[in-house]
Design a protein around this ligand. Structure first.
Ligand SMILES: *Cc1c(COP(=O)(O)O)cnc(C)c1O
Length: 275
């Protein structure tokens, strides 16, 4: 298989040039329309890659979105939402506790002093990149009598500003995971380079997939590496062509965010949307 592309997707472009232009969803109808559009693009990307659309999970990302609009998304069928910041999502956990079948995935960097909240309320944690956090989470989960699905975050863009393990550190990190019996490792997660240059973005996804394929052969028992969480509004189609099983999509569903992305991950001056 070609290292750079597979399937027919080599020409797929990023949608980073739509940055700031995603229409804001303000009714259940709007959400249905945006979800249908994203699901249609997911299906088309799967077709190009010869994949079953059922092998890709769409995780809507609701960060910065206020409760009233999240309830509209819920009414439109969303039952699983991604959030980046603990401070924000813990408020939402409280105010939307009545939506008992709504599950939350924490997809952003976690500090150990917030591990208790994740252990109690999250259905999934996608940004595991330190043993200290693994230890804190495991301890809190044991106390709650819970287990948690986790993804190990890998830095595939080489940007110092991004969270995640260096690809070369990942094997050793995984070898330490069986010690944390409340953490169920499901796979790897990454954020690609934020660039309009599709080939460079694709390279990040290829790196995560080939790393996963390699690690799968040597992973300790019980460490699952079936999942690849990669791709967001601007690049999820490329991610699917390269094997994503989870795509984390915010703005294409909820509408453009005002908060700059640097609030979530510091900007790399060389790779903005204009690059
Ligand atoms: C915000 C965020 C996303 C989604 O980004 P959009 O541009 O809104 O699609 C994906 N992953 C992580 C880790 C995020 O923080």
């Amino acid at each position: 298989m070609d290292e750079v592309t597979r399937g027919q997707g080599g020409g797929t472009q990023t949608q980073h040039d739509r940055h700031g232009q995603w229409p804001k969803a303000e009714s259940v109808e709007d959400f249905r329309r945006n979800l249908a559009a994203v699901n249609g693009r997911i299906a088309a990307a799967c077709q190009r890659a010869g994949r079953d659309p059922a092998s890709v999970r769409l995780l809507p990302v609701s960060k910065t979105v206020e409760e009233a609009r999240i309830r509209l998304a819920y009414a439109a069928g969303c039952r699983y939402l991604g959030e980046n910041k603990l401070q924000e999502v813990s408020r939402k956990w409280e105010s939307m506790a009545d939506l008992t079948d709504l599950k939350w995935s924490v997809i952003g960097h976690l500090q150990t002093n917030k591990a208790k909240l994740v252990a109690r309320y999250a259905a999934e944690f996608q940004a595991l990149d330190s043993l200290r956090v693994a230890e804190a989470l495991d301890r809190r989960l044991q106390a709650e009598g819970r287990e948690l699905d986790v993804f190990v975050q890998v830095n595939t863009s080489g940007e110092a500003s991004k969270y995640g393990l260096h690809p070369d550190e990942t094997a050793a990190f995984l070898r330490g995971m069986p010690a944390f019996s409340a953490l169920r490792v499901r796979g790897l997660m990454t954020l690609a380079l934020f660039s309009a240059e599709a080939a460079r973005v694709r390279q990040c996804f290829v790196l995560l997939r080939t790393l996963r394929d390699r690690l799968r052969q040597e992973a300790p028992q019980g460490i699952g590496l079936d999942e690849l969480s990669m791709g967001m509004s601007g690049d999820y189609e490329i991610a699917i062509e390269e094997g994503a099983t989870v795509v984390r999509v915010g703005q294409a569903i909820f509408g453009a965010r005002n908060t700059p992305d640097s609030y979530y991950w510091p900007a790399d001056p060389g790779s903005g949307p204009a690059a």
